[in-house]
Design a protein. Sequence first.
Length: 457
Amino acid sequence: SDQRVRGVTMMKNFTKTLAFVAYLLHTACAVLPPTLPSWEPTYAMGMSTLSMQCNGSGWSDPTRGAEFGIISYDWSNSKEQWAKAQPMDCEERLLQQASMTKAANPATHTWVYRNVVKALPWFTSVREILDDPAYSGFFLKFDPDLAEPAMDRCAAENQTKCSLLYHDQMQTPAVPTPENPNPDGSCLDTGCNSGENPTGEYLFDHRNGTQLLTWLIDNHILSDTGVGHPDVDGMFMDDYWCSNLVCEDKPDTPGCPCNDPVQGATEVDANQQKDMGLSDEDIRDLYYAWDKNMGEIQQAILDAGGYTWSLMDGQNNANASPFLLTGDNCASTLRAACSSGSDWQTKAKLFGLTVEDNEPSQLDQDVAFFLLARGDYAWLGWGVWGMTWPFNPEPAHGELPPLPNGVPRPEMIDRDFGKPVDTEGFCEEVSEGVFRREWTSGTVELDCNAFVGTVPV
């Protein structure tokens, strides 16, 4: 009938309206663009350095950490201890590490690790709600119709300890076995204690809406173990969602194409979509819901006077990769950096030292480039992903075997160069391929033709 046709048409129009409203909400409340921190900038070279630090066998040296302008402590820090704790206490140990560093140098910005894609039960705040059925709507679940998922629902060491909440056991502490004597964190032989559920990487369901977002901000991000504590100035926010449908529609979306390892949550088992019974549309909706919540979380951190790694230019989606200078990109990069309104001058940027065999291999060039190109907010660090300066007696992220000694900081990156003299804050190409900038301590120059850097002594 005509009435039925009108009803169907109205429903289609209503659905389109809802989709448009959802689109507007997404575009208005998404991951923030590169944003500057609220604290005062510094041109002191020593405090213009950064490291993401981790010592899997124990505490990171707080005195060494306090040498940096930003020191961000990874979740694997002190893993040998917290993986055996009853129950696991990674969250509290991260705070203690930050407090020890802050005591050594109050000027250092101390950060801790957080993840709002994965719900990690070695964080006390997460474990408490994983164990509370009232919060089950915060988490994604195994497909109840799937008889044998790729990921075991039960703990490897205890097949009676199971969960209907989806989790993988890829980067998780475990009980050592002859087949796997060195897991990613060794629990006691009696089993892993991360609460009533198996130890694993669970996933937040950001489609839950404001309840999950409110809990994350109040209890996990701005809590008294997070940015709400005076010793915590910021966070490294790990992982992200990726959707093939979003990538097809907008290929320039950060994280596209989805290959870490597949669409869905990053660094989670490749069978996750099937194990949870998710459609491509479900993953698209999870991406948009996470994207919206992540923007709200970033803003909450900024409003609290903190900062997060993903707000630096080029570091979105849990990237932690500095720009590395080469002879080939030297001139073109500096021409861009020395131009008016350049991103190098106006955004927070990460610069890396090129390293070979645990030693900076072109220190003069890298420091000269940093002094030429940097703006108010810029940091220099170890030139690898993660920028982990190997100052502990072991390599980054708890790898074995240990190094005999940590790598010291070169004197040059603690030298007092003063401030740029030029009021506009720009370097200058004084002849083809030769760039210069005046600092209060003297002249900084980088000859990209000969690839020779000169800084004041």
